[in-house]
Design a protein around this ligand. Structure first.
Ligand code: C5P
Length: 412
């Protein structure tokens, strides 16, 4: 699902060895639907060829204020108005200094000066250059003027030194961009989603699991991120890629999922339990592989905690959404769970006979208190996730309003 369909990013690439990572970044941004216009500095072109960026972005690279042909096509003032975001990655110490001083001595700095669009920089330089007081002053000036500074990260540097100054990884920058551009109703909110199956070990080589693919939970995490939420996805083992703009915490067992969910829920605004959590685990996990000796073998199982119940216990105020997979009496069973688990919303679907599990389509009936109900018609899981995310926002906001209205009114 494209996370940034049609969003325009002007990617400024300046002259550092990390320029090669900007090629991957271009691809990652295109992959999630963005349009990318690359502007290279003279220094950048010494590290990576123009043709690379041209091929990846599908647009001619701009590199000069004095290119009459390019200016004739889209002048630099028009180009400065074009993007939703100006992203400079890598940003060298030199370009940071020039931006801090309002210079306009090449195309990129001129565009930044001529634009009123948000600007983000991903610094990349030797650790001593980054640590220098003058660089830190320049960065502080840019931050004070509203420039978003992404990173830098710490670690091994191309110059052979170890320290702070290396550019953030392309996927991390992509996620930063998704967050920066998300302007939806969940902006500033933290949503936690559990997804996928759990694995309950029996012995060192065997486990109990279920058919959940995680697709619905992942699609929901992605939809909430697109509405502007910061999303933590607590995921059991799946084959799915982490959606753009989402932070994934990997777990295996129900107990691990419960611990991770409780931790993430501590500062959450919305919690969605989309995982197919194993209800039981082996009472004792065999230390050695169980041998086939007898004709019959019994497994002693013990109940797992219900994660939704535990999270509700820790956060009575949290807006919580659960799922119910039923083979009969859908509404009755879903409403019982709504009440028993003290949920704000429950999304129920029929299962069995090949429905819902490990498929790309589904159908959901969503219930809430006082008889609230909404039917989300049969559709792909991504479409359904967008509709469910919109309903979550609607109910979340509806709940938030009466709480505010109750606060004492000022009287004259
Ligand atoms: O009770 P049942 O398993 O049908 O409830 C399903 C809902 O409860 C789902 O939202 C699922 O993620 C959640 N659940 C949970 N912890 C469990 C079992 C289910 O959070 N141990």
């Amino acid at each position: 699902m494209p996370t940034l369909p049609g969003r325009r990013i002007l990617l400024g690439v300046t002259g550092g060895i990390a320029a090669y990572k900007a090629a991957d970044l271009t691809r990652r941004l295109i992959e999630i639907g963005a349009e990318v216009q690359v502007v290279m500095s003279e220094g950048a072109k010494r590290f990576v060829g123009v043709a690379t960026f041209q091929a990846l972005s599908g647009r001619p690279v701009r590199d000069s204020l004095w290119d009459a042909q390019a200016e004739g096509h889209m002048g630099h003032i028009e180009l400065a108005r074009w993007p939703d975001l100006i992203l400079i990655a890598p940003a060298t110490a030199d370009v940071i200094a020039r931006l801090a001083h309002g210079r306009a001595d090449d195309l990129l700095t001129t565009l930044v000066l001529a634009s009123d669009k948000p600007v983000a920089i991903a610094p990349a330089m030797n650790r001593l250059m980054w640590a220098k007081a003058v660089t830190q002053d320049n960065v502080a000036k840019l931050v004070a003027r509203g420039v978003h500074v992404l990173g830098p990260g710490a670690g091994f540097q191309a110059c052979g030194e170890v320290g702070e100054g290396r550019m953030r990884e392309p996927l991390e920058i992509r996620d930063d961009v998704v967050r920066l551009l998300a302007a939806g109703p969940m902006r500033g909110r933290h949503a936690v989603v559990t997804a996928g199956p759990t694995r309950e070990p029996i012995d060192p080589v065997r486990f109990i699991t279920n058919r959940s693919s995680g697709k619905q939970g992942y699609a929901l995490a992605s939809a909430l991120a697109q509405l502007g939420a910061r999303v933590t996805l607590v995921s059991g083992p799946t084959n799915l890629a982490v959606p753009a703009g989402v932070m994934r915490v990997d777990v295996e067992t129900a107990q691990q999922m419960c611990d991770a969910a409780l931790k993430a829920a501590a500062d959450a605004d919305v919690f969605v339990g989309a995982a197919a959590v194993a209800d039981y685990r082996a009472a004792e996990v065999a230390r050695e592989k169980i041998k086939k000796k007898a004709d019959r073998l019994s497994l002693d199982l013990t109940r797992n905690d219900d994660i939704l119940v535990r999270v509700r216990g820790a956060r009575p105020d949290l807006f919580m959404v659960g799922f119910a997979a039923e083979t009969e009496k859908l509404e009755q069973h879903a409403r019982e769970k709504l009440e028993k688990k003290k949920l704000d919303l429950i999304a129920a679907n029929w299962v069995g006979g090949g429905r819902a599990f490990d498929r790309d389509d589904n159908q959901l009936n969503v219930f809430w208190s006082a008889g609230g109900v909404r039917e989300l018609a049969h559709a792909g899981k991504e479409q359904l996730a967008r509709e469910l995310a919109a309903l979550i926002v609607e109910r979340f906001q509806a709940r938030a309003v009466p709480a505010k209205a109750k606060s004492p009114q000022k009287t004259k």
